[in-house]
Design a protein around this ligand. Structure first.
Ligand code: GLV
Length: 387
């Protein structure tokens, strides 16, 4: 059993154990990957203020996200094709999240279906929706999410059209993977992954196959985004969807103060400041860099979460100290899942929790609720001098 001390350890094992096509899918940004890289390096630009001789006993990372108790303010982000990273991946991730006490978000483009995850995991989860042209399908999706007792929907606003990821095109990404000489040769070296996949029936987009119409190649993510996604999505449609759901709504993909204000105006419960992990608009600013401006614009009006670039509990702490009430991790849990299945997701959460808790203590804080700007050393011009 390898000794895992940080998320990068999990990434290295993940890279060895999962077919290249799915590793590349997760570990990529769009075009030049500038935003993908900035998401992490901008976190590193923020430093922490050390305080000493402060009573560190009785610390707590427990908090709330959209009114739900969480063991730490870190939810698992929706990640498409999670069940291709490891057999039954969404069920395993949902179980690990439930046992840890953090929310799991199921992607519309998951392999395990909403019903399947609800049946096999013990806690209500959040369901992420892309807005598709097919209104019937959307209504049924909401009904299915309601029947599965989902406690919130997360509407993704930054992917009406897909940012180009070169590797996915070159690899011919699909679920299940197409059998070419290259993909078969690579998969043969991933016996652990292959055994898992042979032992499960869950190898297709479980929420859409048999439910949605009008897509020529239902295994291809590219076809999905090009043909089925609603390119006309606007704020009126967002309002309609919020009404159609009638429960808690999180709007994901906000990167601009004006959009954050609109999100608060349409009555969402929370926003996720996000650039989709650098997978959509390459050249956009990192999430952490825009967070202060968004907090200034809407911090009193709506709950703010942040994702994109979080690879450690220190990153979580920095986001919270800049005002976010919660965070989401995508790649950090996928690395764990691909490396070691459910146990790997638990390990990823434990690593992040320990880093958050220890860093909090060394900053002289006992409770995540008390984290603030006073814990950080932020470069004077962190927001950037853009015109
Ligand atoms: C889907 O959300 C993706 O980023 O591939």
């Amino acid at each position: 059993m390898p000794v895992i001390t940080n998320i990068e350890d999990l990434r290295r094992i993940y890279e060895r154990r999962v077919p290249r096509m799915f590793y590349d899918y997760a570990e990529t940004g769009s075009w030049t990957e500038q935003t993908f890289r900035d998401n992490s390096s901008d976190f590193a630009d923020i430093r922490l203020r050390q305080r000493v001789a402060v009573d560190m006993t009785g610390r707590s990372t427990a908090s709330q996200m959209i009114g739900q108790d969480v063991a730490m303010p870190v939810a698992l982000a929706p990640v498409g094709l999670t069940g291709m990273q490891c057999a039954d991946g969404e069920i395993k991730a949902a179980r690990a999240a439930a046992a840890f006490g953090v929310p799991f978000t199921l992607s519309t483009l998951s392999i395990c279906s909403i019903e399947d995850v609800a049946e096999h995991s013990p806690a209500p989860f959040w369901f992420q929706v892309y807005t598709l042209k097919d209104d019937d399908f959307m209504r049924r999706l909401f009904e299915r999410a309601r029947a599965a007792n989902c406690s919130a929907i997360v509407i993704t606003l930054d992917l009406q059209i897909g940012g180009q990821r070169h590797k996915d095109i070159k690899n011919g990404l699909s679920a299940p993977p197409k059998l070419t000489a290259k993909s078969v040769a690579n998969m043969m070296t991933k016996w652990r992954w292959g055994m898992g996949m042979l032992g499960t029936k869950r190898r297709f987009f479980g929420n859409v196959i048999g439910h949605a119409k009008g897509v020529s190649d239902p295994g291809s993510l590219t076809s999905w985004t090009q043909e089925a996604f609603d390119h006309a999505l606007d704020w009126d449609r967002v309002r309609q969807l919020i009404e159609m759901w009638g429960g808690k709504v999180i709007l994901k993909g906000i990167l601009d103060a004006e959009d954050a204000k609109m999100a608060a105006r349409v009555g969402a419960d929370a926003i996720v400041v996000s650039n989709h992990g650098g997978r959509q608009l390459d050249g956009a600013l990192s999430s952490i860099r825009v967070l202060p401006e968004i907090m200034d614009a809407v911090g009193d009006d709506i709950e703010v979460h942040l994702d994109s670039g979080i690879r450690s509990g220190q990153d979580v702490l920095k986001a919270l100290a800049l005002g976010a009430k919660g965070t989401m991790i995508g790649r950090a849990f996928v690395y764990g899942l691909g490396a070691m299945g459910q146990q790997g997701v638990t390990t990823a959460l434990e690593v992040i929790h320990k880093e958050l808790d220890t860093t909090m203590a060394l900053c002289g804080e006992k409770n995540v609720a008390n984290l603030g700007r006073h814990n950080l050393l932020v470069p004077r011009n962190f927001g950037g001098d853009w015109v």
